[in-house]
Design a protein around this ligand. Structure first.
Ligand code: N01
Length: 500
């Protein structure tokens, strides 16, 4: 389904300490690399465990995979693209955009593909990070994680799951070698991935059973092709493209007030719009009832689709809303004993978001292990830096994801913040920079206060945004504008600055 990945020339392996080492060549890592180079930092290396750049957009190739943020708003502001072919770009187009960035910004000589980081240790004596990879060691003064959180598939603890004899795979590791035509396919889960995959495969399979545990709130999508004339207009008149992006941005910022971050007077309005969408597309009251969420809109990610509900009305599709008892060698048995015989089983069950950094041991000052420092709560100062971990920055770290707008805007705000830290290190001739524990604690206390009233805590649902204790560790509880304002100029009083 994806184009063949462009094969960048292998980067020469660095033999001396780097200025900046970036982990991951997805949206975050590529944005960091581009802006480093534009800022004159050439002593830069990016390691990527996959065999191509693109991160989540390289890995998620399931049928129907697309972005639920308009393409012009989902692109990097400093790397615009005039010729997006749809309002909401599909995965192949986004993956191709990310691969094109490598050539456009001459990054190939800085990127090592098929290279996994296995650990990183801060060497306080030399003020640098010693990083282990499966291709050998690296050293860098500054380590930036662009690892993201959505790439270790969550495998549900359903009894008998691995006794299933047919093909069994996760949406994030789609097996394109398995034919679905004329086969009975089960899909477990009704999140953002499932609602895209179900309409995409329903027309070709013999029977599709969708196993739903919790119904999602779904809004209209209104996807449209962008024709050659509009593309030419965007190319010739960049202000028009920028205006469109600004409008798309502002419309989504308004969602924060519409209940996407907190219960407000407007939440009911958004819920009414979603119910109207359901009523318009599903005539059967019993099916509608099954699809009506029992929690407030915004508590889980609000999904957008014009095809999901109609797919469920197809004669070859069944929505199974009861609890699953077990997976058997030939299908799925429900708690009430009914059995669905299946040939293929697809897990659309999301990601293990805590695994990302926990799988790579990061050891900071005085032997402090990041996963242990996070024993109480996964947290980072402004979502990007952690006390006790000098010269270490995270992109899309804790509580900087979004449910209402484009995360690319968050990544950009963070990249500029990191660049400001790097510039300050140079100006003041610093060996190390890290947030003070007091500043981090103040930030976290404020964050917790704002999260307490958020829709994710008050909306009556559980979601992947929350940790085992039910705390939201994934999303930013405000507007993008508020985050951008807070990140524009680092407050050096929040940092411990160690002179060289
Ligand atoms: O995963 P999810 P996803 N038995 O965690 C169900 C991004 N994304 O891959 O709600 C039965 O949202 C689970 O049920 P419940 C986006 O940020 C973006 O769909 O927990 N069911 C749920 O329905 C998104 O939020 C795009 O009760 C089980 C589903 O599996 C994130 O990725 C596209 C179960 C998991 O939903 C993850 O989305 C795709 C069990 N044991 C993804 N365990 C864009 O368009 C879990 N489930 C940009």
């Amino acid at each position: 389904m994806t184009d063949t990945p462009a094969a960048p020339q292998p980067a020469p392996w660095p033999d001396k300490p780097l200025a900046v080492l970036v982990i991951g060549a997805g949206f975050s890592g590529l944005a960091m690399a581009i802006r480093c180079r534009q800022s004159g930092i050439d002593d830069l290396f990016v390691v990527e465990k996959a065999d191509a750049v693109g991160g989540t957009w390289h890995e998620n190739t399931y049928p129907g995979a697309a972005c639920d943020i308009p393409a012009h708003l989902y692109a990097l502001s400093f790397a615009p693209k005039s010729d997006w072919t749809r309002t909401f770009a599909g995965q192949p187009e986004i993956a191709a955009y990310l691969r094109e960035l490598v050539a456009r910004f001459d990054l190939a000589k800085h990127i090592a593909l098929s290279t996994a980081v296995t650990g990183a240790v801060w060497d306080g004596g030399r003020s640098l990070w010693r990083v282990e990879t499966d291709r050998g060691p690296l050293e860098a003064r500054v380590l930036v994680s662009g690892m993201g959180a959505l790439h270790y598939p969550a495998v549900p603890a359903i009894p008998g799951l691995h006794t299933f004899l047919g093909p069994l795979f996760h949406t994030a590791a789609w097996d394109h070698g398995v034919p679905l035509k004329a086969r009975r396919v089960g899909v477990i889960g009704t999140g953002a991935s499932a609602i895209q995959v179900v309409p995409a495969i329903a027309p070709e399979v013999e029977r599709l059973v969708l196993f739903q545990r919790t119904p999602p709130w779904v809004m209209p999508r209104n996807d449209r092709p962008i024709g050659p004339r509009m593309q030419a207009l965007f190319r010739r008149l960049p202000p028009v493209r920028r205006l469109l992006r600004e409008i798309q941005f502002r419309v989504r910022e308004a969602r924060a007030a519409l209940g996407f971050t907190r219960v407000s007077g407007l939440t009911r309005l958004a819920e009414a719009a979603s119910r109207h969408h359901l009523r318009r597309q599903i005539a059967d009251p019993a099916l509608r009832e099954k699809l009506t969420p029992p929690y407030r809109l915004g508590c889980k990610r609000v999904l957008i689709s014009d095809e999901f509900y109609p797919a469920l009305t197809r004669p070859n599709v069944t929505l199974e809303a009861g609890p699953i008892r077990a997976v058997t060698p030939d299908g799925v048995t429900m708690q009430d004993g009914r059995h669905h015989p299946l040939d293929v089983l697809v897990l659309a069950t999301g990601f293990d978001t805590t695994a990302s950094l926990a799988r790579v041991p990061v050891v900071g000052r005085d032997g402090l292990i990041l996963a242990r420092a996070w024993g109480e709560r996964v947290a980072a100062h402004r979502g990007v830096a952690v006390a006790g971990f000098p010269n270490f920055f995270m992109l899309l770290g804790p509580n900087t994801g979004l449910g209402h707008n484009s995360v690319v805007l968050m990544i950009e705000a963070q990249v500029e913040y990191v660049l400001a830290c790097l510039a300050e290190m140079k100006t003041r001739n610093l060996a190390a920079i890290e947030p003070s524990p007091e500043a981090q604690a103040r930030y976290l206390a404020d964050l917790e206060r704002r999260l307490a009233g958020s829709i994710w805590q008050q909306g009556g649902c559980a979601s992947w945004y929350q940790d085992a204790a039910g705390r939201n560790i994934a999303l930013w509880p405000g507007t993008v504008l508020a985050y951008q304002r807070a990140m524009r100029v680092p407050d050096w009083g929040e940092f411990v600055l160690t002179p060289a």
